[in-house]
Ligand binder design. Structure first.
Ligand SMILES: Nc1ncnc2c1ncn2[C@@H]1O[C@H](COP(=O)(O)OP(=O)(O)OP(=O)(O)O)[C@@H](O)[C@H]1O
Ligand SMILES: [Mg+2]
Length: 288
């Protein structure tokens, strides 16, 4: 796709209230089609959970939305901005917590967040105050001037949340924000996210392998498998849908829905299985 300066008249009208709209988004690594004609809409203000087995294509799709990977085929719009044509406009609207840890252990918490404030164009005059606010929002004010290398896993994940929040994004994208955290720390991360949402109306796109989290915190979930969404709805709709298909009265869990749609996941994903498991373990070890 063209990387020329965009003509706003070329951009198709965004759907009403759409934060993210992927239309037939496709992305391949060599022979591996990681994202396969994906259609996905995230509504403004909602918490959308992108679920799916290792190698389903979640991180790849997310990286296309953040503009870190080019949109090679299909269309991605973020609040109406075309991610292929208007990358800077898209980047200014979002905060991103990647799956792989991104905090620099040789900098203090405050320096890490300040770095993001600079990269994400927070006006110079406001930076110090915004950095302090973001650190306070995730309960790291007291530890702000310690090296991030001395933080526990939960503190590192909260620091990364502060990095993503410092630019006051309209869209927060979190790739497995709670991996490797204890149950209290997991709840803490969600409490911080929800406090910011309540204050700002921020939209959240999140991936997680914790089905209980998806059930509790996501307004809608999309179950991705082999590059596409295979089931979409509120957690309750998906659970009841499976109960109907099975003809049972006992309501299945979201994990049952996951197993039903994705099967064993790794077995039928030989191309990506090993790399993904390895990188997930590495992340879990570093955080945990
Ligand atoms: N940099 C890369 N080079 C080659 N192949 C890649 C690369 N990144 C991802 N893939 C492949 O693309 C497919 C989708 O990977 P992706 O990381 O998007 O999955 P995921 O749904 O995020 O998985 P997980 O739950 O393990 O994080 C996999 O087959 C993976 O091996
Ligand atoms: Mg991933």
């Amino acid at each position: 796709m063209s990387t020329d300066t965009p003509d706003p008249r070329d951009a198709p009208d965004p759907g009403p209230g759409e934060a993210v709209a992927c239309t037939r988004l496709t992305y391949s690594f060599g022979e591996t089609t990681a994202v396969d004609a994906l259609d996905l809409t995230v509504r403004e203000g909602e918490v959308f959970g992108l679920l799916g087995p290792n190698g389903a294509g979640k991180t790849t799709a997310i990286r296309c939305v953040t503009t870190l990977l080019p949109v090679s085929a299909g269309l991605v719009r973020v609040f109406g901005h075309d991610a292929a044509k208007d990358r800077m406009a898209v980047r200014r609207l979002l905060g991103y917590v990647p799956q792989q840890l991104s905090a620099d252990s040789g900098l203090t918490g405050r320096e890490n967040v300040a770095l993001f404030a600079r990269v994400f164009d927070v006006p110079r005059r406001e930076r110090a105050a915004r950095v302090a606010e973001a650190l306070a929002a995730v309960d790291l004010a007291d530890a702000a001037d310690r090296l991030a290398g001395t933080y526990s896993g939960g503190m590192v994940r909260r620091l990364e949340l502060a990095q993503a929040l410092v630019s006051a994004p309209r869209l927060l994208i979190l790739d497995e924000p709670t991996i490797g955290l204890d149950p209290i720390a997991r709840t803490g991360v969600w409490d911080h996210i929800n406090a910011v949402r309540a204050a700002t109306g921020m939209t959240v796109l999140v991936t997680t392998h914790y089905m209980d989290e998806a059930d509790q915190y996501c307004d809608r979930v999309g179950l991705m498998h082999r590059g596409r969404i295979r089931a979409l709805g509120t957690p309750g709709e998906l659970r009841r849908g499976l109960a109907e298909r099975r003809g049972t009265d006992t309501e299945p869990t979201l994990e049952d829905v996951f197993r039903d749609i994705a099967g064993s996941g790794l077995d039928d994903n030989t191309a990506g299985g090993f790399r993904d498991v390895r990188s997930t373990r590495r992340t879990a070890r570093r955080v945990g």
